[in-house]
Design a protein around this ligand. Structure first.
Ligand code: SAM
Length: 249
């Protein structure tokens, strides 16, 4: 079987590496990965030693032609990211697109993903959700993005970095309101796995009170905007009603 296998790897607990994922990594002629040292440790764990090729955000475009040539020559390549599911806030979609364009078979081998693990533990409606990835790092751009999401009815899922979580939560409380249901999922599948809730105000207070709650890897799940009150009138309708009322005898 030649082609490109896109392989999900653990987000913490090594027991989450599926047998199928381990087989794909062991039989690959080469494994494209973000960080060869990090993936090297995973390969050590499964006792396989295929060559590792670095493929990250900054070199993905340059690496594609050589990788596609290898695939066209009949090699079997695997693509992984540092942790979790490749292409989810991680590199890879350009390689997958190039492989598809070249008529190469692409096989996803699904598995751990911080996005889905957070939803699995949050207890917030998950039938429809928007994955927003990382919010912009700068306050102005972040607030603008949140303004655009304030009326979104679907559950929102964000990745966030520990050094920005406090500022991010403060903006969320201000723009979406502290009573929005929210769960901060930290260190999923690891020893210090923690879920904080039950709403944005509660998560913000917990994170501010305890520096430990700002450490590690984290995903924030926020409930969608409540449906608009059917009895509430929008501004234009209010103005119209006021004008009409003034005409009444
Ligand atoms: N592709 C990965 C996935 O599917 O899980 C996500 C990659 S993204 C660059 C890394 C972010 O995912 C982290 O900053 C954090 O927000 C989240 N993350 C990864 N592992 C996590 C974990 N064990 N617990 C909580 N969040 C995690």
């Amino acid at each position: 079987t030649s082609g490109l296998e896109v392989v999900a790897t653990p987000i913490g607990h090594l027991g989450d590496l599926s047998p199928r994922a381990a087989e794909a990594l062991a039989r690959a002629d080469a494994v494209a990965c973000e960080d060869t040292r990090r993936t090297g440790r995973l390969m050590e764990h499964i006792g396989a030693h295929p060559p590792l090729v670095s493929l990250h955000e900054h070199n993905e475009r340059d690496r594609i032609p050589a990788l596609v040539s290898r695939l066209e020559a009949g090699e079997n390549l695997a693509l992984v990211s540092d942790a979790g599911t490749p292409l989810v806030s991680d590199p890879g979609f350009r390689l997958v697109r190039a492989a598809r364009e070249a008529g190469i078979r692409v096989t996803p081998i699904p598995g751990p993903s911080a996005l889905l693990a957070a939803l699995m533990g949050a207890g917030i409606p998950s039938d429809r959700f928007c994955f927003e990835g990382f919010l912009p790092a700068k306050a102005g751009a972040r607030r603008q993005r949140l303004d655009g999401l304030a009326r979104e009815a679907r559950t929102l899922v964000f990745f966030e970095a520990p050094h920005r979580i406090e500022a991010c939560l403060a903006d969320l409380v201000e723009i979406l309101g502290g009573d929005r249901p929210a769960t901060l999922a930290r260190e999923l599948t690891k020893r210090h796995e923690t879920f904080l809730g039950p709403d944005l105000a509660g998560v913000a207070a917990a994170v501010t009170a305890d520096p430990d709650q700002r450490r590690g890897e984290m995903v924030l799940v926020v409930g969608g905007a409540p449906p608009p009150d059917p009895d509430a009138l929008d501004e234009a309708t209010c103005r119209l009603v006021t004008r009409l009322a003034a005409e009444l005898p």
